[in-house]
Design a protein around this ligand. Structure first.
Ligand SMILES: C[S@@+](CC[C@H](N)C(=O)[O-])C[C@H]1O[C@@H](n2cnc3c(N)ncnc32)[C@H](O)[C@@H]1O
Length: 247
């Protein structure tokens, strides 16, 4: 089910340390501003982060009071992640483990939340989703921030410059909705259709104020376009997918 266009449900607002979003941070900021209120108060909540990489999201969640386990397949990324949590003084709240997201070594009903950012695209969605459902406590949520397949410019960029992208499982809207086979309910919201054009002022002719201004402007235009023409959601770049396990 596609989510209504409300960026801060329940009037809650969140602060996000963009530095911890690590890459494409200006583009992930609205995604985090959307998903964090869905997690509510994180104090003492148990969160599993799939594909934690160098631990930016794990650190962000630990700083909000969560007890986090970050898993990844690459030991050198986990070493960097350990340095990051130490630097931010949240080592006690975060554990890292070398583990495959498709075969989780945790008992059933362990976590309040599972979260991922650009990770399910590396896995078979159905298998990972089943594992996430299993380790979630009743009433828990899996939150996947994942890359979509059909944005025309991103598609061309991947085709030309990212050879490995052919092996990845980018999401279509149908793939997103198929997650409801594993979960009891799935909501999703899509981000960035025209706003990608601002990257011209960052990557081609770097002019900071034009980049910032055009990004703000195009984000507003995107919101309007997606509300008026929902079929355009399939051409967005990122989807925030909220999957529920019922109580
Ligand atoms: C694009 S990076 C994203 C890293 C991090 N989530 C972030 O946003 O900075 C994808 C990460 O997922 C990890 N990964 C890929 N497949 C995985 C799997 N099956 N199990 C666990 N981690 C995986 C990779 O090693 C990599 O660190």
């Amino acid at each position: 089910m596609s989510e209504p266009d409300a960026s801060r449900p329940n009037g809650q607002s969140v602060t996000v340390e963009t530095e911890l979003l690590l890459w494409w941070e200006d583009y992930y900021l609205p995604v985090f501003e959307y998903v964090l209120p869905k997690m509510g108060d994180l104090q003492d909540k148990k969160v599993l982060e799939l594909g934690t990489g160098t631990g930016g999201t794990a650190t962000l969640l630990a700083k909000k009071g969560a007890s986090v386990v970050g898993i990844d397949l690459l030991p050198f990324r986990l070493d960097e992640a350990r340095d990051r949590v130490k630097h931010h003084d949240v080592s006690d709240a975060v554990d890292f483990s070398l583990m495959d997201a498709t075969q989780l070594a945790f008992p059933d009903n362990t976590f309040d939340f599972v979260i991922s950012k650009s990770v399910l695209v590396f896995t078979e969605h159905a298998q990972t989703a089943q594992e996430c459902y299993r380790v979630l406590k009743p009433g828990g949520k899996a939150i996947f921030m994942e890359n979509m397949r059909h944005h025309p410019v991103v598609w061309l960029y991947r085709k030309l410059f990212l050879k490995y992208s052919q092996e990845l499982h980018y999401f279509s809207l149908t793939d997103i909705e198929a997650l409801d086979v594993a979960f009891d309910k799935v909501n999703h919201r899509e981000f960035h259709f025209l706003s990608i054009a601002s990257l011209f002022w960052k990557r081609v002719i770097p002019i900071r104020f034009l980049y910032k201004w055009s990004l703000q402007f195009l984000k507003v235009i995107d919101k309007m376009l997606l509300r008026l023409f929902p079929f355009l959601k399939r051409f967005c770049w990122i989807s925030a997918i909220i999957c529920h396990k019922k109580v």
